[in-house]
Design a protein around this ligand. Structure first.
Ligand SMILES: Cc1ncc(COP(=O)(O)O)c(C=O)c1O
Length: 376
């Protein structure tokens, strides 16, 4: 009898799998900690302050209505976003995190015989989605851990349909400025859609955020992706949005399931959007945390990539070993070998207490290794 693998479409079993940050509870159990509270997770660029308190109130208020299906079109959330961003509701699409929106882009624009262009150390999900739709991926080397937009332009072929630019980028924490983006968009060929993934954009002071929404208002071939997972602290609810010209949104609507986002997610996102205080507190926490990390890395003699967002890439040597040893001390960070940076780890900025504990764990692990090497 043929097995499921024999019956599956031939390429599916060969698809890569995203390696997520490990759940705290699982690590606690495995490492013999009494409770998940003994573990700190600085692995997935979540908001260490937690969800927007206003969002928590809104979630409680809607909890009793969870027997009802959500508003599939997310009318109120799109209206609120449209007002805030000065775009039309028809230029917005809500998804279960930007991950789902990336998949919609694959459904609509990618297939066999086509390719996507991305930086070699940009968010890995673009390639995973490209593979899923059997499109090729052209990986363009970064320059000093930053998108090299000229090289990306040069890599575009007649088969290219989408260029992904994560700005700021995960996992490098770097960004390209508004003028560079403008120059890129000016030169990108008409047959190519530029996706600007702005998952972390709200962490920047507003004056430093490139005004990319105007490209949508101008009707250019641009899709902007944003999420409530990071700055708004709602990663567990899975809610994000795309902003693009209406024609593009119409197409992406065709591949969306009728009730893709949850009612609780929509309610929380609506409330979080109004919570400027939480956004401000988050920005301050990240700014202070980055200063502390950079200072400590300098003292420890570790190279790092200066970051503009809530995580930082640091070169520790044999990153996976360091990740495993830190995990034994109850601190979860992210090894970077999937990004071909085997000597790096990525650390999410936590609260001051969490950052201190993380740095202590890192120091302990590196000291033990240096001791081991000295006696070996
Ligand atoms: C650059 C980038 N884009 C998109 C995402 C996905 O975010 P979401 O939780 O909205 O799916 C992430 C999450 O880590 C990210 O780093």
């Amino acid at each position: 009898m043929p097995g499921f693998s024999d019956l599956a479409r031939s390429w599916v079993s060969g698809l890569g799998v995203y390696e997520p940050g490990r759940p705290i509870e699982e690590v606690a159990r495995e490492m013999g900690f009494a409770s998940a509270d003994d573990i700190i997770k600085l692995a997935s660029n979540e908001n260490s302050l937690g969800p927007s308190p206003k969002a928590v109130v809104a979630m409680r208020a809607v909890a009793r209505r969870m027997h009802l299906y959500p508003d599939g079109g997310a009318f109120y959330l799109r209206e609120a976003l449209a007002r805030k961003l000065h775009v039309k509701p028809g230029q917005l699409l809500i998804g279960t995190g930007s991950n789902e929106l990336i998949e919609f882009i694959g459904h609509v624009f990618l297939g066999e015989g086509m390719n996507l262009v991305m930086a070699d150390r940009a968010f890995v999900v673009y390639k995973l989605v490209g593979d899923m739709f059997r499109a090729g991926t052209v990986l363009v080397p970064m320059r000093e851990f930053t998108h090299d937009l000229d090289a990306m332009l040069a890599a575009i072929t007649g088969e290219t349909r989408v260029v992904f630019i994560a700005n700021p980028n995960n996992p490098t924490g770097t960004m390209v400025g508004g003028a560079e983006l403008e120059s890129f968009l000016h030169r990108v060929p008409d047959h190519v859609i530029t996706v600007l993934d702005e998952a972390y954009i709200e962490l920047l002071d507003p004056a430093l955020q490139p005004d990319t929404l105007r490209y949508v208002r101008e009707g250019r071939n641009v899709i902007i992706l944003r999420t409530f997972s990071k700055t708004y602290g709602l990663a567990g609810l899975r809610i994000g949005y795309a902003v693009a010209p209406e024609e593009c949104i119409h197409l992406m609507q065709r591949v969306r399931q009728p009730f893709n986002t949850t009612a609780m997610g929509q309610a929380a996102a609506l409330a979080a959007l109004e919570d400027e205080e939480h956004v401000e507190r988050t920005r301050r926490l990240v700014k202070d945390g980055l200063v502390d990390f950079e200072k400590a890395f300098r003292k420890m003699g570790l190279e790092f990539v200066p970051s503009v967002v809530n995580f930082i890439l640091v070169k520790v040597g044999k990153g996976r070993e360091v990740f495993e040893a830190m995990q034994k001390l109850g601190v979860i960070v992210r090894p970077m070998d999937p990004y071909r940076l085997p000597d790096h780890i990525r650390i999410t900025v936590g609260t001051r207490v969490q950052n201190r504990r993380c740095l202590r764990a890192l120091e302990t692990v590196l000291a033990a290794r240096a001791g081991g090497q000295a006696t070996a």
